[in-house]
Every structure is written in structure tokens, then in C-alpha cells.
Design a protein around this ligand. Structure first.
Ligand code: HEC
Ligand code: HEC
Ligand code: HEC
Ligand code: HEC
Ligand code: HEC
Ligand code: HEC
Ligand code: HEC
Ligand code: HEC
Ligand code: HEC
Ligand code: HEC
Ligand code: HEC
Length: 316
């Protein structure tokens, strides 16, 4: 982080000196008011928004030049960029940050102004629109909306996972999957003694990173998801040799280990409590992950506890 900044400040200094010489202003304060910057008498709007690009304070000439022989504003194209986009930005901003292995299409085409106002904006980072609306200018919003949302997506935190510019990883990810998920989700839940083989490959074999039609952003109905890779686990017999030779249910019944009631004050007996069904916990159905942690575990076969049967039964 520090290296580009030093390089940056030297460049800024060089350009500042250059700009001051060319426009012949030697005051220490950069020309920001209309009296000091004649361009602003007509283009005052540039300075109105809350955030003004630091480069604007250095003078319009850092990026614009008058075409010789043309008068402004009488003639069209009388004022042009000193260099085409995105080159004009790279006179100050480190170009290599925009040229990593995966480059975002609008950056590749030099369309910085698709997302940034070069002068000023009421949105941080000079963005032309708030997040995530900015991304939805080009990406279809419906692709990010499901029955269940992932909090950071609608929180507009796309940059928590994607670089808007370029990245050494596929899909512009700021770090490869699953590492990118551990910036917010505690890694210790996913790297216990026994790790489910697929978790090491990333989270996307089971979760959609953006939204989901199934609870927990799962790609399929829970049991269906597990069976898609473990098709032979649908015979009901893998759950040990159930003593009575009955087939153990894997769905269709409530999981007795999940609390689904809560205590509220008893309206009839002050000081006492009664147990009522919790409307927020409709009672989870028994599923594969009632007996196996989908991520990792300290016990064999990904059991969430050492003696799996005791989780729900007294006698087995
Ligand atoms: C007398 C008023 C006035 C002044 C002073 C002025 N401009 Fe303009 N400028 C205009 C008008 C009017 C337009 C045309 C706007 C339009 O077409 O919508 C314009 C257009 C532009 C454009 C768009 C490109 C073009 O040529 O149409 C740029 C860039 C620009 N001005 C930069 C500058 C800079 C830099 C300065 C100071 C060196 C400056 N202007 C000073 C009035 C002015
Ligand atoms: C950091 C570089 C930079 C600085 C500094 C800068 N501009 Fe610009 N300006 C641009 C770019 C980039 C465009 C868009 C050109 C394009 O899309 O072809 C632009 C476009 C414009 C336009 C036409 C479009 C619009 O937004 O209205 C005007 C007018 C303009 N600039 C005026 C100014 C004035 C006046 C200043 C100084 C107060 C200034 N600019 C400083 C980069 C800059
Ligand atoms: C004359 C040098 C210069 C040029 C040219 C320049 N910038 Fe900047 N830019 C700066 C400086 C200085 C900062 C402030 C850096 C900081 O705060 O660390 C900055 C900050 C920014 C920021 C962050 C703003 C924020 O609020 O944090 C964006 C976005 C940006 N520039 C985009 C651009 C784009 C797009 C271009 C090309 C159109 C461009 N810059 C050209 C000097 C420049
Ligand atoms: C697809 C939209 C998009 C495009 C295109 C884009 N940017 Fe950005 N840029 C962003 C977003 C979003 C941020 C804020 C990132 C954040 O909040 O972490 C940003 C941040 C920045 C910053 C601030 C420093 C930083 O990394 O936070 C600079 C400087 C910048 N952009 C310059 C540019 C330049 C130069 C170009 C063209 C080569 C460009 N951007 C193209 C969306 C874009
Ligand atoms: C100016 C239009 C535009 C904007 C704004 C934009 N994108 Fe994109 N983005 C594209 C295009 C075009 C592609 C390439 C699509 C393709 O290849 O199918 C793309 C591709 C992507 C990809 C996939 C990259 C890959 O290597 O497959 C990601 C991730 C992405 N964008 C994230 C974002 C985020 C996050 C934002 C908001 C900060 C954003 N985009 C805003 C135009 C845009
Ligand atoms: C929690 C992290 C995270 C957040 C937040 C996030 N993404 Fe993604 N995104 C991913 C991952 C991981 C992938 C790769 C999925 C894959 O490879 O199947 C991806 C893929 C993409 C793609 C490529 C899709 C494709 O099929 O190639 C686009 C475009 C995209 N994201 C845009 C966005 C936009 C826009 C936002 C904000 C509205 C956003 N993402 C927020 C993690 C995230
Ligand atoms: C920027 C922070 C952030 C990142 C990065 C992130 N998440 Fe999340 N995630 C959250 C938050 C916040 C919640 C909501 C937590 C809650 O409600 O308790 C959440 C919830 C979830 C949920 C549960 C969803 C539900 O409906 O309750 C899943 C599954 C999930 N994230 C998967 C992922 C995956 C996979 C990745 C990596 C691609 C990832 N997350 C990266 C912040 C993040
Ligand atoms: C084999 C499929 C699978 C993989 C791979 C997977 N998950 Fe999950 N995940 C699930 C299932 C199933 C649930 C629901 C568990 C439950 O409700 O008890 C879940 C729940 C979650 C939750 C919400 C509940 C909680 O434990 O906080 C988060 C967050 C989460 N996963 C994140 C991730 C992350 C991050 C990765 C990658 C490191 C990942 N998952 C990989 C299947 C998977
Ligand atoms: C994308 C494929 C995939 C999905 C989806 C998947 N698994 Fe797995 N699972 C594997 C692989 C690969 C292994 C390791 C090879 C093996 O033992 O068959 C494994 C192993 C296991 C093991 C044995 C672990 C051990 O230590 O012996 C259990 C238990 C398990 N998975 C349960 C589940 C459950 C429960 C689900 C649904 C939440 C699920 N799996 C979803 C691929 C998957
Ligand atoms: C009631 C608890 C329970 C449920 C529900 C359950 N399992 Fe198991 N599972 C077990 C037990 C116990 C074993 C260990 C059997 C043994 O010791 O060989 C096991 C073993 C496994 C293994 C490892 C098999 C091997 O050969 O090592 C996989 C994979 C597996 N289960 C997947 C699933 C899937 C997929 C589901 C949902 C369709 C599921 N389980 C539902 C208790 C359960
Ligand atoms: C997550 C909770 C859970 C775990 C763990 C679990 N079971 Fe069950 N078990 C159930 C439920 C629920 C039923 C169905 C009860 C009903 O139909 O009323 C059941 C039914 C049974 C039955 C049939 C009993 C009957 O009366 O019909 C046997 C036998 C059984 N389980 C054995 C086991 C064994 C052995 C283990 C350990 C390998 C185990 N269970 C682990 C929840 C669990």
C-alpha cells in the first residue's frame, strides 16, 4: 500500500508544479474558487457535490487542454482531454492495479466514467450511483434477488468480494474462494479436525454467493443437495443397523434436538413462565445435517457430537 502512495505523491507534486507553472499561478492554495479558476465561472456545478476529486483542486488543466486556434465555448471540441481515457487517469493512479489477471470489462475498455464522475459526486469514491445500484446499471438486478438474500449483496458490499477493477483471481474475487468468505465468516467453523472434502474446494458447490431460493442460500432443497453427491444414501440403511430393523427417517419428521419453543411470562400466574411455540422457529425438519455437519467437525463422519444417537435418543 505504501509504495504506490509514495510514487503517487511524487507524481502529484510534479503535476502540481507543472500545472502551477503553465497557468502562472504561484499562490500556495490550489485554484478552487471562480476568481482563481476562470473555468468555474461557467462550470460552477462541478464543485457543488459533497465530494470533489482531489485532481480538480490542482486545476482543470491537469486533464483538459485548449485546442490551439479554437475559442471556447464558441467552438465545439475546443477543449479536449490531454490524453484519452483511461490514460489520463493513469498519469496519477497506478496503472498496474487495473491490469491484474482478470480485468473487469468496462475497465478493459477504459470506461472509468461508466462508474466514476471525473470531477465530483455526492457518493463516496466519486461513484456515479450508490452501491449496489451502480452495478445494476449493467448487471441484471433480478439475478441477485431470490427468496433469501445474502446480507452483503443488498448491503451494497459487492467490493467486499469483488474488485471493481481487476484481480489476480477468477470472477474478480478479492481472494480465491473459500478464503473470500472468511473475511466475514469465522474460519474455525470450517477447518475442524475432519473437513468435508468439498469445502476445501470452495463454498459454491452448495451455496450461491448472492441469493437463494432455499434456506441458507443452498443451491437445492437440503436433502436433495446432499443426495446429488451421495446418491446411495437414500436407502435409509446407512444410519447404522437400527436395532429394530426399522428404516431411520431422514426427512418428514421434526428434529427433536432443535428447540422450537420459547418461554414467556404466564399470564395467569405472575412470576411463572410457560412454554409456547416460537413463531420464529417453526421447528426444523430432520435432514442429513441433523446428523452431519455440512462443513467440518471434530468427530468422525462429520458428526456434530461424539455420540450421535444420544443427540436425540436416550436409549440408542
Ligand atoms: C464563458 C463560459 C465558459 C468558460 C469560461 C469555460 N467554459 Fe467550458 N463550456 C462552456 C459551455 C457553454 C460549454 C458547452 C456546454 C454544452 O455543450 O452543453 C462548455 C463545454 C466544455 C467542455 C465540453 C467539451 C466541449 O468542448 O464541448 C469542456 C471539457 C469544458 N467546457 C472545459 C472548460 C475548461 C477546462 C474551462 C477553463 C479553461 C472552460 N471550460 C471555461 C462555457 C464555458
Ligand atoms: C481528473 C481529470 C479531470 C479534471 C481535473 C477535470 N476534468 Fe473535466 N472531464 C474529465 C473527463 C475524463 C471528462 C469526460 C470526457 C469524456 O467523457 O470524453 C471530463 C468532462 C468535462 C466536461 C464535459 C462533460 C461534463 O461533465 O459536463 C466539462 C464541462 C469539464 N470536464 C470541465 C472541467 C472543468 C471546468 C474542470 C476544472 C474545474 C475539469 N473539468 C477538471 C476529466 C477531468
Ligand atoms: C492529477 C492527478 C490525478 C488524475 C489525473 C486523476 N486523479 Fe483521481 N485522485 C487524485 C488524488 C490526489 C486523489 C486522492 C487520493 C487519496 O485520497 O488517497 C484521487 C482520488 C480518486 C478517487 C477516489 C476518491 C475518493 O473519494 O476516495 C477516484 C475514484 C479517482 N481518483 C478516480 C479518477 C479517475 C477516474 C481519473 C481519470 C478520469 C482520475 N482519478 C485522474 C489525483 C488524480
Ligand atoms: C464497474 C465500475 C467501475 C469502473 C468501470 C471503474 N471503477 Fe474505480 N471504483 C469503483 C468502485 C465501486 C470503487 C470503490 C471500491 C471500494 O469501495 O472498495 C472504486 C474505487 C476507485 C478508486 C479509489 C481507490 C480504491 O481502490 O478504492 C480509484 C482511484 C478508482 N476507482 C479509479 C478508477 C479508474 C482510473 C478507472 C478506469 C481505469 C475506474 N476506477 C473504473 C468502480 C469502478
Ligand atoms: C458499465 C457496465 C458495468 C458496470 C457498471 C458493472 N459491470 Fe461488471 N461486468 C460488465 C461486463 C460487460 C462484464 C462481462 C460480462 C460477461 O463476460 O458476460 C462484467 C463482468 C463482471 C464480473 C465477472 C467477471 C469475470 O471475470 O467473469 C463481475 C464479478 C462483475 N462484473 C462485478 C461487477 C460489480 C461488483 C459491479 C459494481 C461495482 C459491476 N460489475 C458493475 C459491465 C459492468
Ligand atoms: C459474499 C461475496 C460476494 C458478494 C458480496 C458479491 N459477490 Fe458476486 N460472486 C461471488 C462469488 C464467490 C462468485 C463466483 C461464483 C462462481 O464462480 O460460481 C461471484 C460471481 C459474480 C459474477 C459472475 C457471475 C457468472 O456467472 O460468471 C458477477 C457478475 C457478480 N458476482 C456480480 C456481483 C455484484 C454486482 C455484486 C453486488 C450486487 C456481487 N457480485 C456481490 C461472491 C460475491
Ligand atoms: C462482507 C461480509 C461477508 C462476506 C465476505 C460473506 N458473507 Fe455470508 N453472510 C454475511 C452476513 C452479514 C450474513 C448474515 C448473518 C446473519 O444473519 O446472522 C451472512 C450469511 C450467510 C449465509 C446464511 C444465509 C442465511 O440465509 O441465513 C450463508 C450460507 C453465507 N453467508 C455464505 C457465504 C459464502 C459462501 C461466502 C463467500 C462466497 C460469504 N458468505 C461471504 C456476510 C458476509
Ligand atoms: C456440502 C455442502 C456445503 C458446503 C461445501 C458449504 N456449505 Fe455452508 N451450509 C451447508 C448447509 C447444508 C447448511 C445448513 C446447515 C444448518 O442449517 O444446520 C449451511 C449453512 C451455512 C451457513 C449458515 C449457518 C451457519 O453455520 O452459520 C453459513 C454462514 C455457511 N454455510 C457458510 C459456508 C461457507 C463460508 C462455506 C465455504 C467455506 C460453506 N458454507 C460450504 C452446506 C454447505
Ligand atoms: C459437491 C458434492 C458433495 C455434496 C453436495 C455433498 N458432499 Fe458429502 N462428500 C463429498 C465428497 C467428495 C466426500 C469425500 C469422499 C467420500 O467419502 O465419499 C464427502 C464425504 C462426506 C461424508 C463422510 C465424511 C467422512 O469423514 O467419512 C459425509 C458424512 C458427508 N459427505 C455428508 C454430506 C452431507 C450431509 C451433505 C449435504 C449437506 C453432503 N455430504 C453434500 C461430496 C459432497
Ligand atoms: C439420524 C442420523 C443420520 C442422518 C439423518 C443421516 N446420517 Fe449419514 N450417517 C449416520 C451415521 C450414524 C453414519 C455412520 C455409519 C457408520 O458408522 O458406518 C453415517 C454415515 C454417512 C456417510 C459416510 C458413509 C461412509 O461409507 O463412510 C455419508 C456420506 C452420509 N452418512 C451421508 C448422509 C446423507 C447424504 C444424509 C441425508 C440423505 C445422511 N447421511 C443422513 C447418521 C445419519
Ligand atoms: C437428529 C435427531 C436424531 C438422531 C441424531 C438420531 N435419531 Fe433416531 N430418530 C429420530 C427421529 C425424529 C425418529 C422418528 C421418531 C418418530 O417417528 O416419532 C427416530 C427414529 C429412530 C428409530 C425408530 C424408533 C421407533 O420407535 O420407530 C430408531 C431405532 C432410531 N431412531 C435409532 C437411531 C440411532 C441408532 C441413532 C444413532 C446412529 C439415531 N437414531 C440418531 C431422530 C434422531
Amino acid at each position: 500500500m505504501s509504495k504506490p502512495r509514495i510514487q503517487f505523491h511524487i507524481l502529484t507534486l510534479v503535476i502540481l508544479t507543472f500545472a502551477l507553472f503553465t497557468i502562472g499561478v504561484f499562490s500556495l492554495a490550489p485554484p478552487v474558487s471562480a476568481e482563481e479558476n476562470p473555468c468555474l465561472t461557467c462550470h460552477a456545478k462541478i464543485k457543488e457535490p459533497q465530494f470533489v476529486h482531489a485532481a480538480v483542486a490542482l486545476g482543470c488543466q491537469t486533464c483538459h487542454k485548449t485546442v490551439e486556434g479554437k475559442s471556447h465555448p464558441a467552438e465545439k471540441q475546443s477543449i479536449v482531454l490531454i490524453q484519452n481515457l483511461p490514460g489520463v487517469c493513469f498519469t496519477c493512479h497506478t496503472q498496474s492495479k487495473f491490469q491484474e489477471k482478470t480485468v473487469h470489462s468496462p475497465v478493459l475498455s477504459g470506461t472509468c466514467t461508466g462508474c466514476h464522475d471525473p470531477h465530483s459526486s455526492n457518493v463516496k469514491k466519486l461513484l456515479t450511483n450508490k452501491m449496489p445500484g451502480l452495478c445494476f446499471n449493467c448487471h441484471k438486478e433480478s439475478a441477485f434477488k431470490g427468496k433469501y438474500d445474502h446480507a452483503p449483496v443488498y448491503g451494497g458490499m459487492c467490493p467486499a468480494c469483488h474488485s471493481p477493477h481487476s484481480s489476480p483471481n477468477q470472477k474478480l474475487l478479492v481472494s480465491p474462494s473459500p478464503e473470500v468468505c472468511y473475511t466475514c465468516h469465522e474460519k474455525s467453523k470450517f477447518n475442524k479436525k475432519y473437513v468435508h472434502a468439498v469445502v476445501k474446494l470452495g463454498c459454491d458447490s452448495c451455496h450461491d454467493p448472492h441469493k437463494g431460493d432455499y434456506i441458507n442460500l443452498l443451491l437445492k432443497q437440503p436433502v436433495e443437495l446432499c443426495l446429488s453427491c451421495h446418491p446411495n444414501k437414500n436407502d435409509g440403511r446407512h444410519i447404522v443397523n437400527v436395532p429394530t430393523e426399522k428404516i431411520h427417517p431422514i426427512s418428514g419428521v421434526k428434529d427433536p434436538s432443535v428447540a422450537w419453543t420459547k418461554k414467556i411470562p404466564d399470564p395467569d400466574r405472575p412470576g411463572y413462565e410457560i412454554e409456547v411455540p416460537d413463531p420464529d422457529k417453526p421447528g426444523q425438519e430432520l435432514t442429513c445435517f441433523s446428523c452431519h455437519d455440512p462443513h467440518s467437525s471434530d468427530y468422525r463422519k462429520l458428526f456434530p457430537v461424539k455420540n450421535i444417537c444420544k443427540k436425540c435418543h436416550v436409549y440408542y
